[in-house]
Design a protein around this ligand. Structure first.
Ligand code: GTP
Ligand code: MG
Length: 453
């Protein structure tokens, strides 16, 4: 069954599709603010706020001012200090700013206290990201995953998220302050129950999608699975189109891609390969989103090789690489081989891209948009896939056929038939690693530290 057929036959959980709300399009204005911790440099803080401003802009919010407060720890009950918030409240009133956006995740209590004590509507970075994701979710899979993340964010807060249209009042009810205020305890319990029920329903639906993808994956077992990963806006989709002629959406905005697309990739070695484009990462990606996007992120977790796309025209590329690796670690994809794809080389001096391709391991510098360096990238991919390694395996006797296959395609160094199964030490090309993945008990790096006799 193809992906499209699956969706045609697939029934969304009742009402999920009808209840999908387009976000309110009315332009809003905001102040953005963050805490500056000891040791944080000005450029660091500026970049972080630049990114928040870009996120806000993508979400349709114009930023009127930025403010910082030096503090080693957030204030427990209001995040910022009282004087700072009073000052902000006055300034926001003067310029008629609608919202305060905090560059962090506020606890439900902090959000409520700020709104109640200082009469400002406040939203946090997570909520802005959720609203961008909401706007950009077009497929059923993306919508389900976004909805799940929203509900999980909403559950402890019990208020509608920013930008969601309030049908009863005909306006965006963006104040959390009014959320549970006036709502009886009983009503809150009912709401919580309903939200939990909806979360369970969507989780079940996403499990079905994941199971379906798992079946698809099995059908592709004989192909090398390559997945594009990278910070949002790095140029993953542009490269995907360049390599596969797929024509997926490319845009100069954050999170243009929210779901994954896979296409055959032609390698000169003739080895079958499938390339997947997927959702981009950002620093401090809300954990609700990572968990909810499990169906989409599976492509990355499951790949034989990752193409880590980096926008080297951005000064902060090193930081982005770090952040992407952090997300990869959190989804258990940190051990997968990476080709560092240094993209947008057309925007930087040759000397810089040459230097960076030496600085990063397994790096190729390219311009996906200008079609430069693509052949070198393909050669690098082939080289990495052919790359051989030594593995120690433990296979059940039922996998006898696989053992015979390994004799054909790999170099078996030791073979030990024991009561609990077959123990092998084998040298194998990375392109065949997926065949043995479930049975690996140690790979080359571990074997070096722990040589087997
Ligand atoms: N100058 C230049 N621009 C590029 C290059 N590659 C991509 N871009 C631009 O960068 C922007 C983002 O490109 P996408 O391919 O949508 O980036 P992405 O990584 O898929 O982004 P998300 O899906 O949002 O995570 C677009 O405006 C592209 O035209 C390049 O090699 N050179
Ligand atoms: Mg994209």
């Amino acid at each position: 069954m193809t992906q499209d057929q699956f969706w045609e036959d697939y029934e969304l959980p009742e009402d999920e599709e009808e209840s999908w709300e387009e976000l309110q399009k009315e332009e809003k204005s905001a102040f953005i603010a963050c805490l500056v911790k000891q040791g944080q440099s000005d450029p660091e803080v500026d970049s972080a706020l630049d990114e928040l401003e870009r996120l806000a802009d993508t979400a349709g919010i114009a930023v009127l001012g930025r403010y910082t407060q030096k503090r080693s720890q957030p204030e427990r009950s209001t995040y910022f200090g009282k004087g700072f918030l009073e000052d902000l409240s006055t300034r926001m009133f003067q310029v008629k700013a609608d919202l305060l956006i905090v560059n962090d995740e506020l606890s439900p209590m902090q959000g409520r206290n700020i709104e109640r004590d200082f009469q400002i509507k406040v939203i946090d970075r997570t909520e802005v990201i959720l609203s961008v994701f909401h706007d950009h979710a077009h497929t059923k899979e993306a919508k389900l995953q976004v909805k799940l993340a929203e509900l999980q964010y909403q559950l402890p807060r019990l208020r509608r998220l920013w930008g969601h249209f309030d049908k009863e009042r005909g306006s965006a009810r963006s104040t959390g302050g009014s959320a549970s205020r006036g709502m009886g305890e009983k009503q809150i319990e009912i709401d919580k129950r309903l939200i939990r029920k909806q979360i369970r329903r969507i989780n079940r639906a996403i499990d079905q999608i994941t199971a379906h993808k798992e079946t698809q994956r099995k059908q592709r077992e004989n192909s090398n699975k390559i997945c594009l990963v990278g910070y949002t806006n790095a140029g993953k989709s542009t490269l995907f189109n360049r390599l596969t002629d797929a024509g997926v959406l490319v845009e100069d905005r954050l999170f243009a891609t929210l779901d994954s697309t896979s296409r055959q990739l032609k390698l000169s070695t003739g080895a079958p390969a499938v390339l997947s484009d997927t959702v981009g990462f950002i620093s401090d990606l809300p954990h609700h989103l990572v968990a909810s996007f499990r169906a989409t992120l599976m492509e990355a977790m499951d790949a034989d090789l990752l193409l880590h796309v980096v926008d080297i025209s951005d000064k902060r590329h090193e930081y982005y690489v770090e952040q992407v690796n952090k997300v990869l670690l959190s989804i258990g994809a940190d051990k997968i081989d990476q080709v560092m794809v240094l993209n947008k080389c057309d925007l930087v001096a040759n000397s810089l891209s040459t230097m960076l391709s030496k600085y990063y391991e397994n790096a190729v510098s390219i311009s996906a948009a200008k079609n430069q360096g693509i052949d070198a990238l393909l050669s690098k991919i082939e080289e990495m896939l052919l790359n051989t390694r030594r593995y120690r395996l433990h296979l059940p006797y039922s996998q006898n056929a696989l053992v015979s296959r390994l004799h054909e395609i790999g170099n078996i160094e030791t073979e030990d038939y024991r009561a609990d199964g077959i123990y092998l030490q084998v040298i194998l090309g990375a392109r065949d690693k997926h065949l043995i993945q479930p049975y690996i008990i140690a790979d080359e790096a571990e074997l070096e530290h722990n040589p087997l006799t």
